[in-house]
Design a protein around this ligand. Structure first.
Ligand SMILES: Cc1cc2nc3c(=O)[nH]c(=O)nc-3n(C[C@H](O)[C@H](O)[C@H](O)COP(=O)(O)O)c2cc1C
Ligand SMILES: C=C(O[C@@H]1CC(C(=O)O)=C[C@@H](OP(=O)(O)O)[C@H]1O)C(=O)O
Length: 406
C-alpha cells in the first residue's frame, strides 16, 4: 500500500510530506520534483504569496545515492513567508523575543465558502486563523511533492500524467475529450493558464482581469490525462476497490474542487447510450490496438469500465469553485460581537485553476501508483517491471493466439 501524510500550516515554518510504500530502486530526479513544485506555483490570477515562495522539497530520508530504499521518504518544504508571520504563528505560549513579522488581529468574520465557520464550530476556536492556516491550499505543495515521487515511479513504467485547463468562469474550450494527449503534453510550463488554445486562453486572462477589477473571483475546470496505463488496475468486486471512486475521492479532496468527472463525465446523463459507449472493433491493418488486439474508436469512458482500467488513456475532469476570499466581501457575521459585518479579507488568489490542475496530476499519479503496486506489487522496481511484462505476455497470448500447428 502506498500512502502519504502531510503536516504544516500555511504561514508556519514549513510543510512536511511523508510517503510510504514506494519500492526500492527507483531513481529520484530532484529536478523533476522541483519542476512539479514550480508548476503548481504558476498560472495567471494568483496572489502575491506566490512571489514570496520558491518551493523546493528537501529530501530528509528514504533516498540514498539517488535511489529509493523502500523506507519512508520524508520531505520538507520551507515557507519563506514564515519570517513575516513569526509573531502571529509562534508555537510557544508567548512569542519568542527574536520573533519577526507583524502581530495580526484575530480572524472573527468567517468567509462564506472557506472553512472558517465550519472549522470554528468543529474545533471550538475563537480566532479562525486556527482554522484557515491548515485548511489553506498551501498544503497542496506537500501533496505535489508526494505526487512527484509517484509520478516518477509511473514514468519508470512509461506511464505519463498531464493536464490542461478547459474552462475558466464563462470562457470554455468546450468538450475536453476532443483535446489530444499530445496537445496537452506540448503545453509550455510557463503558459498563463495551461490551455491548449491561445485564443481561448487570452479570453480567460481577460475574464480574470475583469473579476479582479470587480473585487470578485473565478473558478473553472481542468482535465488530467494519463497515457500508458496497463489494463486491469482497480476492480469492480468491492465498492472501495473501484478505481473511478478512488480517483474521484482524491481529486475531490483538493480544496475548492466541487465535482469530478470520468471521461464524458456529467455529459453521459443527457444523451443516449449510442453516444456514450465506446464500440469495440478489430484494429485496422497496421494498428495492433493497445495490448489487447482490439481497438476503441472513441474514449468517452475515459479509460475506465467497471472501475478497472481498459488500456485507453485515463481522462478525469475536476471542477473548481471560485476562490472564497473576495476583495469585495460577502455578508458575514462577526462571531465575537455577533453583529452583521462583511467577511474577513485575507491576501488571496483571484483564480487558481491551473495550480489545482497540477495538484490533481499529483493526486491522480498517487492513486494510480498505489493501484499499480496493488496489482503488480513488489518491493523492487525491477520485480514490478517483470510482473507487468508477464501480465502483458499473458494477455497477448490470449488475444493473439499463435496459429495452430498444421
Ligand atoms: C491551488 C489553490 C489555491 C487556493 N487559493 C485560495 C486563496 O488564495 N484564497 C481562498 O480563499 N481560497 C483559496 N483556495 C480555496 C480554499 O483553499 C478552499 O476553498 C477552502 O479550503 C475551503 O475548502 P472547500 O472549498 O473545498 O470547501 C485555493 C485552492 C487551491 C486548490
Ligand atoms: C500559499 C498558497 O496558497 C494560498 C491558499 C490560500 C487558501 O486560503 O487556500 C490562501 C492564500 O494564502 P496567503 O494568504 O498566504 O496568500 C494562497 O496564497 C500556495 O498555494 O502555496
Amino acid at each position: 500500500m502506498l500512502r502519504f501524510l502531510t503536516a504544516g500550516e500555511s504561514h508556519g515554518q514549513a510543510l512536511v510530506s511523508t510517503v510510504e510504500g514506494l519500492p526500492a530502486g527507483l531513481a529520484i530526479d530532484q529536478d523533476a520534483l522541483a519542476r512539479d513544485l514550480r508548476r503548481r506555483q504558476l498560472g495567471y490570477g494568483r496572489g502575491r504569496r506566490m512571489q514570496i515562495e520558491m518551493d523546493t522539497a528537501e529530501i530528509l530520508s528514504g533516498v540514498r545515492k539517488g535511489h529509493t530504499l523502500g523506507s519512508p521518504v520524508a520531505m520538507l518544504i520551507r515557507n519563506r513567508d514564515w519570517k513575516n508571520w513569526q509573531q502571529t504563528m509562534h508555537v510557544s505560549p508567548e512569542a519568542p523575543a527574536e520573533a519577526t513579522g507583524a502581530r495580526r488581529a484575530p480572524v472573527t468574520r468567517p468567509r462564506p465558502g472557506h472553512a472558517d465557520l465550519a472549522g470554528a464550530l468543529k474545533y471550538d476556536r475563537g480566532d479562525m486563523r486556527d482554522i484557515l492556516e491548515r485548511a489553506s491550499a498551501r498544503e497542496t505543495a506537500a501533496r505535489v511533492a508526494a505526487g512527484a515521487l509517484a509520478r516518477q515511479f509511473l514514468a519508470a513504467l512509461d506511464i505519463h500524467v498531464v493536464s490542461h485547463v478547459f474552462t475558466l468562469g464563462a470562457v470554455s474550450l468546450g468538450d475536453p475529450l476532443v483535446v489530444t494527449y499530445e496537445q496537452i503534453a506540448a503545453i509550455d510550463d510557463e503558459a498563463a493558464l495551461h490551455c491548449v488554445d491561445d485564443t481561448v486562453q487570452q479570453q480567460m486572462i481577460e475574464a480574470i482581469d475583469a473579476a479582479r477589477a470587480a473585487g470578485d473571483t473565478l473558478g473553472g475546470a481542468f482535465e488530467v490525462v494519463v497515457r500508458g496505463l496497463p489494463p486491469g488496475l482497480g476492480s469492480y468486486v468491492q465498492w472501495d476497490r473501484k478505481l473511478d471512486g478512488r480517483l474521484a475521492q482524491a481529486v475531490m479532496s483538493i480544496p475548492a474542487i466541487k465535482a469530478v468527472g470520468i471521461g464524458k463525465g456529467v455529459g453521459v446523463a443527457s444523451v443516449p447510450g449510442s453516444q456514450v459507449h465506446d464500440e469495440i472493433v478489430l484494429p485496422a491493418a497496421g494498428d495492433e490496438g493497445r495490448i489487447m488486439g482490439v481497438s476503441r474508436p472513441t474514449n468517452r469512458a475515459g479509460g475506465l469500465e467497471g472501475g478497472v482500467t481498459n488500456g485507453e488513456d485515463l481522462r478525469i475532469t475536476g471542477y473548481m469553485k471560485p476562490i472564497s476570499t473576495l476583495m469585495k466581501p460577502l455578508r458575514s457575521v462577526d462571531l465575537q460581537t455577533m453583529q452583521e459585518s462583511p467577511a474577513a479579507i485575507e491576501r488571496s488568489d483571484v483564480c487558481a485553476v491551473p495550480a489545482a490542475a497540477v495538484v490533481a496530476e499529483a493526486m491522480v499519479a498517487f492513486v494510480l501508483a498505489d493501484a499499480v503496486l496493488e496489482r503488480f506489487g513488489a518491493d523492487t522496481l525491477d520485480d514490478i517491471k517483470a510482473a507487468i511484462s508477464r501480465a502483458e505476455a499473458r494477455v497477448q497470448q490470449r488475444f493473439h493466439p499463435a496459429p495452430a500447428e498444421a
